[in-house]
Design a protein. Sequence first.
Lengths: 239, 273
Amino acid sequence: MIFNRVIAGTAIAVAVVVFSPHYVCAQNERELGILAEEEHAAAAGTKELIDEAAGELEGKHTARDEHGAADNNPLEFKADLAIWTAVVFIVLLLVLWRFAWGPIAAGLDKREQAVAGQIDQAELANHQAKELLAQYEQKLSDAKDEVNGIIEQGRREAEKVGREMIDKSRDEAAAEQQRAVQQIETAATAALEELAEKGADMAVDLAGKIVRAELKSADHARLIDWAVANFADQPPSNN
Amino acid sequence: MATDPSELMAHVKDSDSFHLPCGVHVHIPQVLEPIGIELTKFMVLELVAAVLIIVVFVPLAWKISTGKRPRGRLWNFLEVVLLFLRDEVARPAIGRRDADRFMPFIWTVFFFVLTCNLFGMIPWAGSPTGALGCTLALALMTFGTVVGSGIKKYGFVGFWIAQVPQMELPFVVAVFVKPMIFFIEVVGLLIKHFILSVRLLANMFAGHLVLAVIVGFIAVAAKQHIMVWSGVMLGSVLGAAALSLLELFMAFLQAYIFTFLSALFIGMAIHQH
């Protein structure tokens, strides 16, 4: 941007420099031309031409002075330019009013309304979303409470069932133990009775054998071993 | 010489030709001579400005009316300016309810003045707003809008009577004072519109004249030593570049001021004391 301005400034500077010699040259040429005209008139010997040239020279200077004085007035008013400006402006206003400003204003208003409508819709949607969010949060909170209740109830029921199962198992174990003890006691009693009966029988048998034969010490030992072995081979009692 | 005031003025003021480099003068064909109008450089530039504005804004209007979102820097920039003028200039000055009716005038004034101002930044062109004929005509447009809108709202008599503020005065005093106040107010109304034109003219004219003077220093130093001339030329070119930036800013600022004051005057006319 600044570079362009520098170029523009340079161009202006160059233009001024270029114009200045031209202007000076033109002035000189004008003066020389008038002088040549004077010389030509003198050579022709016609005083009228000299007076005419002098008058022309005077007139040019006067005109330039007047022109210069008029040009130096920044408040110089040109009616032509004012009328032209007014006409151009009014025509421009009418053309733009019909083909530009009207559609632009309508388009901008339409867009503003559309944007305002979209903002309203967005605010409404936001409001609805917040309400839904609150509802869902409430539902979620209720669900949590419900779940906690269910869990607590389940835990309580599980504990209750567990306790009942433990008590039942304990009772059953105690009953089983009691039954086993009774069975053991019964079996022991039966075994003792059977042992007594067997002992008596064996004592009778042994006494009979002793009676039937004289027994030596080696026989005694063999007999005892036989009796023991025979006792061991006996099947257990069914009691 | 370029230091001749008339020569300097010639680069700032209106003329019947475009001054190009190397002494080339492009004379404007006087096609309106039969009806007594002399075509000048500023007239041509005003016409170009009007055509340029139409070429830019009519397609823009077509784009906006399609309802599409703004795309591109130019479209966005122009919309920003249009909305700024409506929301920050016209509506605060005229009132939200009435401002929209005057937006075509406000927009046209701003862009026409701005374009004419910016033409002054184009080498060998010129700023039509640097001539009283142009600025006075534009101020008259504002004046006409102000008076017309006021008369439309309050009636012809009502508008002019409303120029005198409401005052509780004894009848004897009011007979003398109110006509004087009426006279002062009417003259004030004319003066402030005339000042509207002179303000724009003075800023644009003076800015370009200062630029011409600074660049003219080069011509003054041309007969001096080459080192002196080089230094002056460098300083002049840099100074002209800096002042051109200022002029660019002034082009926008003066267009804004002219538009803002026009809106303010319209607002004062349709919202009396």
